[in-house]
Write a protein that binds this ligand. Sequence first.
Ligand SMILES: Nc1ncnc2c1ncn2[C@@H]1O[C@H](COP(=O)(O)OP(=O)(O)OP(=O)(O)O)[C@@H](O)[C@H]1O
Ligand SMILES: [Mg+2]
Length: 167
Amino acid sequence: MKKQVFLTKNEAQTKRLAGQVLKELFADKANKKAKILALEGELGAGKTTFTQGLAKALGVKEKITSPTFVIMKRFIVNAAKLFPERAARSGASRRVSIENLYHIDCYRIQSPKELSALGFNEIAANPKNIIIIEWAEKIKKLISKDATWVRFEWVGDKERRISLKNF
Ligand SMILES: Nc1ncnc2c1ncn2[C@@H]1O[C@H](COP(=O)(O)OP(=O)(O)OP(=O)(O)O)[C@@H](O)[C@H]1O
Ligand SMILES: [Mg+2]
């Protein structure tokens, strides 16, 4: 298990940290299933802000928000942006396998079954996907052991402690 703790002093730093975490996630060998970032922490702790930074690093053009009634949303990843050096070398983004970012918000979920019904297990089995989940503790039993857990803690008005745990 690897644990890392960061202190960010503003929103922009939290977004930047998400980009760094993304690079680390893909530093290891080829994926056999989706990469999962499981976020936990209080209301307003910075989970959506971090997700926005991740989306930007993935070249997602749409704006990431937390719509009240949407549990899961899919975004198309711009792979050339994710690994520009690889895309340039192969002349295409063909070798970059990540295609979709799924943003899930479990705040309103009562039972993990609600997510299974939305096809979570199939999405998590597909190595072309990266999944980021707010309030992930609510569906803990659906999340594979090798997921990266990210805990957000409010330190001050503009400060957040962000702890990463990778099993
Ligand atoms: N260092 C920081 N990192 C992230 N957000 C910060 C930071 N400092 C201040 N903020 C502010 O805190 C708020 C974080 O809101 P955000 O929507 O990201 O939280 P959340 O964890 O997704 O909350 P919710 O549980 O309601 O979805 C934003 O208004 C953001 O501008
Ligand atoms: Mg949120």
